[in-house]
Design a protein around this ligand. Structure first.
Ligand code: G7M
Length: 326
């Protein structure tokens, strides 16, 4: 074994991730056709720059909280062809000399709003979508082991959607590429945030088949073949399907992620995707390079991350006096 390298456990020995769906659970997405049964409770956040609004509510005769996230879509060449024609009516607001200001009403077909419905939503989902003050935590390995890790083991989000993708039960028709190798394989598909209609906001994620890798913190030299495989085959698949060269892709992982099963983000470089800021994203090439320089770099490094004030992880750090509200 190379000097400093780690003995790697084969993926076949790792534990299987558990499905938490009960046979008789009722899924609203099999029947939801409109919002006639939706009762709004409150607005969780509005982002005028991203043109999103997030609403908390519930559905009549259904138990549990619902979260509805609405987002206006970007323009694309295809839909534009059908937008600017006779079916698109104009209401004039005012004009001045050569300048006319109108409100334009494209036909319903070309006026869709990207909509995400989460039901039943947990308290953690509500906190995630609620606008609030954020703080930066500089997490040393000691803080990870004594605060973050015990918190994750107690509180983590359900990974059901990830299991469904890996087991080919959901989003099967959206899969762009799969390498089914249990050690280094992954599934590449459009992220929830991308409708896959235009490359201007291209956003894909690669979800690894190997279980038990929670986040960047767990990565070491054993994972180099996996990380390199995702980079190489992810780039190739995107080039083949969307004709985007690797030099126009941003390939990265989040720390902290929202879901503790390793996944890598691929976004179009020109697209200012949510979560690409310095305090959250780690470029995959640098991750690989850091591990090649030091096999346990991510177990030794201090990693910064952002936490919202109402998140329980913030409260854990606040309890220890590491972070304070204004
Ligand atoms: O690294 P982090 O955990 O923050 O990112 C998770 C990513 O998974 C986000 O970009 C989400 O938009 C995406 N995502 C979340 N869910 C629940 C789904 C899903 O059900 N399907 C797909 N394709 N992406 C999802």
């Amino acid at each position: 074994m190379a000097d400093g390298a780690k003995e790697c456990e084969p993926a076949s020995k790792k534990i299987k991730i558990q499905s938490d769906i009960q046979e008789n659970d009722e899924n609203i997405h099999t029947v939801l056709k409109d919002f006639s049964e939706f009762q709004q409770k409150r607005i969780l956040s509005i982002n005028s720059q991203r043109k999103t609004i997030c609403i908390e509510g519930s559905f009549n005769n259904k138990s549990g909280t619902a979260i509805v996230l609405l987002e206006k879509k970007p323009f694309n060449e295809e839909s534009l062809k059908n937008t600017l024609d006779y079916s698109c009516t104009l209401h004039k607001e005012f004009s001045n000399d050569i300048y006319g200001f109108y409100e334009c009403f494209p036909s319903v077909k070309y006026n869709g709003i990207k909509t995400t419905v989460i039901h039943p939503a947990t308290e953690k989902h509500i906190k995630k979508y609620q606008s609030q003050d954020v703080h930066l935590i500089e997490e040393t390995p000691e803080l990870y082991n004594s605060v973050t890790l015990p918190h994750l083991q107690k509180e983590k989000f359900s990974l059901q959607w990830v299991i469904n993708i890996l087991e080919h039960k959901s989003e099967t028709d959206r899969v762009v590429f799969e390498d089914s190798n249990p050690e280094i394989g992954f599934i590449l598909l459009p992220d929830l945030k991308w409708d896959a209609k235009q490359i201007e906001d291209l956003y894909l994620i690669a979800i690894v088949h190997q279980t038990g890798i929670k986040s960047l913190r767990d990565l070491n030299s054993c994972h180099l073949p996996l990380l390199k495989n995702i980079k190489e085959k992810g780039i190739k698949a995107i080039k083949e399907k969307y004709n985007i060269p690797s030099s126009q892709l941003r390939i990265y992982v989040h720390y902290q992620p929202s879901f503790y099963h390793l996944h890598v983000h691929f976004t179009y470089l020109k697209y200012v995707a949510p979560g690409i800021h310095a305090e959250r994203s780690h470029i995959l090439s640098s991750v690989i390079d850091n591990i090649e320089l030091m096999h346990d770099y991510y177990q030794k490094a201090t990693l910064s991350f952002v936490v919202k004030e109402t998140e329980t992880l913030f409260l854990e750090y606040e309890k220890r006096g590491i972070v304070k509200k204004r």
